[in-house]
Design a protein. Structure first.
Lengths: 361, 352, 91
């Protein structure tokens, strides 16, 4: 992988980017992984000032709705439930506490690398209910779906998933359609497209006349993707291109799509900080309802209101920058996040906070 | 298991006891406690001061001294490359070394959860004995308590230690100057990733071993040669290299610049970090130290350290600068710059 | 989203009575298990991208080489000078 981090090539890309731009452009990188790469490698500072990167809502940790997190915490505190989760969800605050705090109060919360391990935990603990907090984009959906298929195959009755899946293309559509948004081009999420393919982006590109380039996550991937978008913008072309062709096929992964559709179906979804976006989430199909924690555990938790000071919705749509928020760096910091984008290291606010020193200097 | 440990096991076989597991009775101070301690701790760690078996240790130590304490709660208690016993001994020895002291005596306190297998406790004791011998220190006093099942995590260990300051040492953050060279003694993140590799839910097959070891001989010989030109020594344990550098930058009111390309990392450790989405800069280390030295001795210091068995992979990773005071700035692999900040809490593996 | 890294398939095992293909994948010396259920034609020796315990795609070496040639191709349009620096690196 080191060849995708070659500093000499990176320099060439930056030179080429500088040569290409003749006017200011705003590009949104959709995915949190891309944001992480931009910040971690210091790329944002290295881009010419004409290029503004806007951090999109592509952080499933950040956009998981408050009520789902509250549900997870409620389940975790039930004595008989083993709540399994990906690591990055543990510090996200619900309306009150977060899962890490619930763990401190005695909840059996376990960090797992894979949802398939949760199935194993269910097998090994037949007297406990095991719930996997299934968060993610389309990239993670096949793995979460597989966990249900495995559990079904093993005839387990103590396994279920608490689902909070979000879909990327509807989010991009919502961002583009917002009259106030001023985004000229998009870097689409490479690993999401690995699963789903690129087809959903063609109508968006055509209708709204925006270049969309599917990119990977290494620094050279992101730089190449930015260059490809800029070349299109300067040439007034609006098409979908695939920078990540070593991994992404036009049609995506058919087997993975089959698995997703056999277990999940599309529904409207609430995105924390943005609101409801139609057809932008997954729910578990009725034939697998015994593996759906929402059905199994009848908990109704109302959507708690967001902190009124938090402008995360505007930030995730690219309408405002984090330092334009009145609470940024004051009441709202990574140790005390008021809203989603400050929580995860890929959220726009956390990313800006971490390299804010340089910005001020 | 290392050759030394194997030899130790043969030389000091576990005594025949009429119990397999440690119970509450063993911590209550009566017959059972004596059985455990006499046949276990005292015999194994025997030395004239400890053998007095008094309420405290009496010894003579002249001059300026350093004193340190640390508690060890690592889970799992046995991990690739070591166990909680040697970690506890090395931890305090290294803290004393970071002060510029020559560790001499340590105290040893156990809080054992009832049900701990005697064979596991023995293994831990053997590791403690070996670690003490390697470092040249003695356990002179201690304590053993047993708590009910569920109130401890197998075993917690506290060690405190005392040592005389090296006559030529002048260590302190206030000695750090602009231009100082920052040197790390070896590969980073090994200990933390060794632990991760056996943590349930995050396991993977690897040959990553914890780098826990005593650093006092290494540090002492460096102090012999370079004396007060070594401005600060510190060991980046919990929170990793990033956390300790940030703390120092804030303390000294100067800036720190480091370079990602210069950070020494074992390739398997780097791979494991990628797999779990962890940044090696924030992963815990054990047998590792960072030195802030006068720029004039950088080359000689590095050469001498690299000849030491604990410094083979030592590298210069950065320097102290006047710019961006209180901040640590890292040049990334592709040349961009980013500010290194402290994490709000323990680094969690990410999927994103 | 989403952290996925490439690794090489070292061995494949059938589990659950032949229903599931699980692979042992090597990521630069670290090995971990991953499901191959989404890549029915992946085989030993293939490089695959793994995300949370599931292999989601094969790495296409030819395409990988192409991406390194991108700047070189731009150079052919007469915009760059030092072409030698853009020759593809070996994987």
């Amino acid at each position: 992988m080191s060849e995708y981090r070659d500093p000499e090539l990176a320099k060439k890309y930056l030179e080429e980017i500088k040569k290409t731009v003749t006017q200011p452009w705003s590009i949104m990188e959709v995915c949190g992984g891309q944001t992480h790469s931009l910040v971690k490698n210091g790329i944002i500072e290295m881009l010419p000032k004409e290029v503004t990167m806007i951090h999109g809502p592509g952080c499933p940790v950040c956009v998981t709705s408050l009520s789902v997190i509250d549900k997870a915490i409620h389940l975790a505190l039930e004595k008989n439930v083993i709540l399994c989760s990906f690591g990055d969800m543990l510090r996200v605050p619900g309306s009150g506490k977060n899962l890490l705090e619930a763990k401190a109060e005695g909840a059996d919360v376990r960090i797992l690398y894979s949802p398939l391990e949760a199935v194993k935990i269910a097998e090994d603990n037949p007297n406990h209910e095991v719930v996997f907090f299934a968060v993610g984009f389309e990239t993670t959906a096949p793995a979460n779906a597989l966990s249900i298929i495995h559990a079904h195959r093993k005839k387990l009755n103590n396994f279920s998933i608490l689902i909070s899946h979000v879909l990327v293309p509807p989010a991009i559509k919502a961002v583009i359609q917002d009259e106030e948004s001023k985004i000229d081009g998009f870097l689409a999420a490479g690993h999401v497209c690995t699963i789903m393919g690129n087809s959903e982006y063609y109508p968006l590109s055509r209708e709204y006349k925006v270049p969309i380039v599917v990119t990977g996550f290494e620094p050279l991937d992101v730089l190449q993707g930015i260059l490809m978008v800029l070349r299109q913008l300067e040439a007034k072309s609006y098409k979908v291109e695939n920078q990540y062709s070593r991994i992404v096929r036009e049609e995506g992964n058919a087997e993975a799509q089959k698995i997703i559709h056999s277990v999940f179906e599309i529904k409207n979804q609430i995105w924390r900080g943005i609101g409801e976006i139609p057809d932008s989430g997954y729910k578990v199909r009725s034939k697998y309802q015994s593996f759906d924690a929402n059905q199994k555990f009848n908990i109704t938790i109302n959507e708690a209101p967001e902190n009124p000071d938090c402008i995360s919705g505007q930030i995730m749509k690219g309408l405002k920058k984090p330092f334009e928020c009145s609470q940024f760096g004051k009441k709202c910091k990574p140790t005390n996040p008021l809203g989603a984008p400050m929580v995860s290291s890929e959220g726009a606010c956390a990313a800006y906070y971490h390299f804010s020193g340089l910005v001020e200097a | 298991m290392s050759e030394k440990k194997l030899r130790m096991q043969l030389q000091c076989p576990m005594p025949k006891l009429d119990f397999d597991v440690i119970t509450l009775g063993h911590g209550s101070g009566g017959v059972l406690t004596n059985k455990l301690l006499d046949s276990g701790v005292f015999d194994l760690l025997s030395n004239p001061i400890l053998n007095e078996k008094h309420d405290g240790a009496i010894f003579k130590l002249d001059g300026e001294m350093a004193f340190s304490t640390d508690s060890f709660l690592v889970s799992p208690i046995f991990f690739p490359g070591g166990n909680i016993g040697e970690l506890a001994v090395n931890g305090t020895i290294n803290d004393l070394s970071m002060c510029g002291a020559l560790p001499k005596y340590i105290s040893l306190s156990f809080i054992i959860e009832e049900g701990l297998k005697m064979s596991e406790f023995w293994d831990i004791l053997l590791s403690i004995k070996l670690a003490c011998e390697e470092a040249g220190v003695q356990v002179v006093t201690g304590d053993t308590k047993v708590v009910e099942k569920g109130k401890g995590d197998k075993i917690f260990i506290n060690t405190s230690g005392v040592g005389k300051l090296h006559p030529k040492a002048k260590i302190g953050a206030k000695n750090i100057q602009e231009g100082d060279s920052i040197i790390v003694s070896g590969n980073i993140a090994s200990h933390g990733m060794a632990i991760m590799s056996v943590r349930e839910g995050l396991e993977f097959d690897s040959e990553i071993l914890s780098d826990t070891t005593n650093l006092n001989h290494t540090v002492s010989s460096l102090l012999d040669e370079f004396e007060h030109k070594i401005h600060l020594l510190t060991d980046p344990t919990r929170g990793g290299v990033a956390t300790v550098l940030k703390e120092i930058a804030q303390n000294i009111g100067l800036g720190i610049e480091i370079s990602q390309n210069k950070l020494p990392v074992n390739s398997q450790v780097a791979g494991a970090c990628e797999l779990l989405g962890l940044d090696p800069l924030y992963v815990a280390n054990e047998g590792l130290f960072i030195a802030f030295v006068d720029a004039t001795i950088e080359e000689d210091f590095l050469k001498k350290l690299q000849k030491d068995s604990n410094g083979i992979n030592a590298k210069v990773i950065g320097k102290v600068v006047k710019d961006h005071p209180n901040q640590v700035v890292m040049e990334s692999a592709i040349g961009g710059k980013r500010v290194i900040s402290m994490l709000p809490g323990e680094q969690l593996p990410r999927i994103c | 989203m989403c952290l996925a890294i490439p690794g090489k398939i070292n061995s494949i095992e059938l589990q659950y009575g032949g229903a599931v293909r699980m692979a042992t994948i090597s990521f630069g010396g670290i090995t971990k298990e991953a499901s191959l259920e989404m890549l029915p034609d992946a085989d030993i020796g293939d490089y695959v991208l793994v995300h949370v315990g599931v292999a989601i795609s094969k790495v296409n070496e030819e395409e990988a080489q192409k991406s390194f040639k991108y700047l070189e191709e731009l150079g052919e349009l007469g915009e760059l000078t030092d072409v030698d620096n853009y020759l593809p690196k070996s994987m």
